[in-house]
Design a protein around this ligand. Structure first.
Ligand code: ZN
Length: 348
């Protein structure tokens, strides 16, 4: 198969709001890399930061940069040292590119490597017809996982990594923040055997989507209902056993600490904007364990999430919008409206 020399891509070309559709050279792969023909991509909150060109993006992303890191596609070329993958293999992949010389990597904890670089952020990304990726990062897709689900395994992986931080079997779980990752975490918590799963937000559209994706979840609009009342209504003696903080919102974390049992556990995925005041004494006196969560475990998270998808975990309804890549601006507008779930762009 002969590959074209250039490809369609969505690029951050200028240091201002927006993304631009460009013709870019098709990447040349090294001996340990593969070339992937991209079929579907998901738009992430990270991509919105890059679109908006906020302070974080301006400090982090070199220009020009092909953005995007949530993708599915098919391998079309193998580097000369790649022997365990085949052309034609459908795949997704881990967008965090790691080094192998850190203590963490050498201990097999690749997700904790301090030298990690992200595709679509530090390296050319997946909003393109072709993506080069180290063969190490490729995750083959089984036949029963369609491309559009493959394109959101990255954020589902965030949800799975966060949700599986602590044992959930039989536990009562509070999730603060009903964005797509919070909603998917609710589905995962239910699948993993949690008893009550409660998800909070102040955006009624997001709470409605949470109920649509996970009918067994109890949604709470904290502008209308107080969490202690919910704890009582559910018949919980003290509160929730495990909290998954997905919003980055200070008030949400405060409410979570209040609503947790003595000895409760919190996994933090939401990123607060800048520094925020925390009432540490309550956390100490409640003997709460807090874990920060970054990315996905390589590759335990991927293994677990694919196994759960094969075993009945259904998050498909979290995809609310689908656009052809030429209509990418509509996709970004849907994301920015705050009323969407996952938005998937079609590159075929
Ligand atoms: Zn993402």
């Amino acid at each position: 198969m002969t590959l074209p020399n250039t490809m369609k891509a969505l690029e951050k070309s200028y240091p201002r709001e927006g993304l631009w559709q460009v013709q870019a050279p098709v990447p040349e792969i090294g001996p340990d890399e593969v070339l992937i023909k991209v079929t579907k991509t998901g738009i992430c909150g990270t991509d919105i930061h890059i679109w908006n060109w906020d302070e974080w993006a301006a400090h982090t992303v070199p220009l020009p940069m092909i953005t995007g890191h949530e993708f599915a596609g098919e391998i079309v070329e193998l580097g000369r040292r790649v022997s365990d993958l085949k052309v034609g293999q459908r795949c997704s992949g881990e967008g965090h590119l790691i080094q192998t010389d850190s203590r963490q990597s050498r201990a097999g904890k690749f997700h904790l490597d301090p030298g990690t670089r992200g595709i679509g952020v530090n390296e050319q990304g997946a909003f393109a017809q072709y993506l080069k990726l180290p063969a190490f990062n490729v995750v083959p897709l089984p036949d029963e996982i369609p491309d559009e689900i493959g394109a959101i395994l990255d954020p589902l992986g965030n949800a799975v990594h966060t949700a599986l931080s602590f044992d959930l079997l039989g536990e009562d779980v509070l999730i603060t923040g009903a964005g797509p990752i919070g909603i998917m975490a609710a589905a995962v918590a239910k699948h993993a055997g949690a008893r009550h799963v409660v998800i909070t937000d102040i955006n009624p559209d997001r709470l409605a989507l949470a109920e649509h994706v996970v009918p067994s979840v109890r949604t709470v609009n904290v502008n209308e209902e107080a969490l202690p009342d919910v704890v009582q209504a559910l018949g919980l003696k003290q509160g929730f056993d495990v909290g998954l903080e997905m919003s980055g919102n200070q008030a949400a974390l405060d409410q979570m600490v209040d609503a947790l049992v003595m000895g409760g556990k919190i996994a933090l995925l939401g990123i607060p904007p800048g520094q925020s005041p925390v009432d540490w004494s309550r956390i100490v006196f409640k003997a709460i364990t807090i874990k920060g969560v970054y990315g996905r475990e390589m590759f335990e998270t991927w293994y677990k999430m694919i196994a759960m998808l094969q075993n009945g975990l259904d998050i498909s309804r979290v995809i609310t919008h689908r656009f052809d890549v030429d209509d990418f601006a509509k996709g970004f507008a849907a994301m920015k409206s705050g009323a969407s779930g996952k938005v998937v762009l079609d590159w075929t």
